[in-house]
Design a protein around this ligand. Structure first.
Ligand SMILES: [Zn+2]
Length: 124
């Protein structure tokens, strides 16, 4: 098995232990099921939810993503529309927040598992 780089494994939501199996059952664009996770890795058998409630910690990452998206699109709205009315900010911020929420939820869990799961990479 070829060695999968960390960035590739993170971007593709792969298992942190083997970097081969996928953490999620469906692609991100399958909106109703975008956050449905596999219980274990299909390749190495790692249990993704390390302990009960492990992914509650992902809300901190999700919060950070939300703040980042809000600031980026708020500044963008101000720059593009030159200090517009408040409803323009609301539309410019809440639309991307809503559209990017499946990705935010997925990558929050991925980052939680990679950074706090204490799972090390074992290529074999
Ligand atoms: Zn695995």
């Amino acid at each position: 098995m070829a060695k999968v780089p960390l960035k590739t494994a993170l971007a593709e939501c792969r298992c942190p232990q083997c970097r081969t199996g996928y953490m999620f059952k469906y692609p991100a664009l399958n909106l109703p099921k975008a956050t449905a996770m596999n219980e274990t890795c299909a390749h190495c058998g790692l249990k993704f939810e390390i302990e009960p409630g492990f992914f509650w910690g992902a809300m901190y990452f999700s919060y950070a993503f939300g703040v980042a998206i809000s600031v980026i699109f708020g500044v963008l709205a101000n720059y593009i529309f030159n200090n517009p009315e408040i409803w323009v900010y609301m539309v410019m911020i809440f639309t991307p927040l809503l559209l990017l929420s499946p990705l935010s939820m997925r990558y929050s869990r991925v980052l939680m598992l990679y950074f706090f799961g204490e799972v090390s990479y074992r290529p074999e």
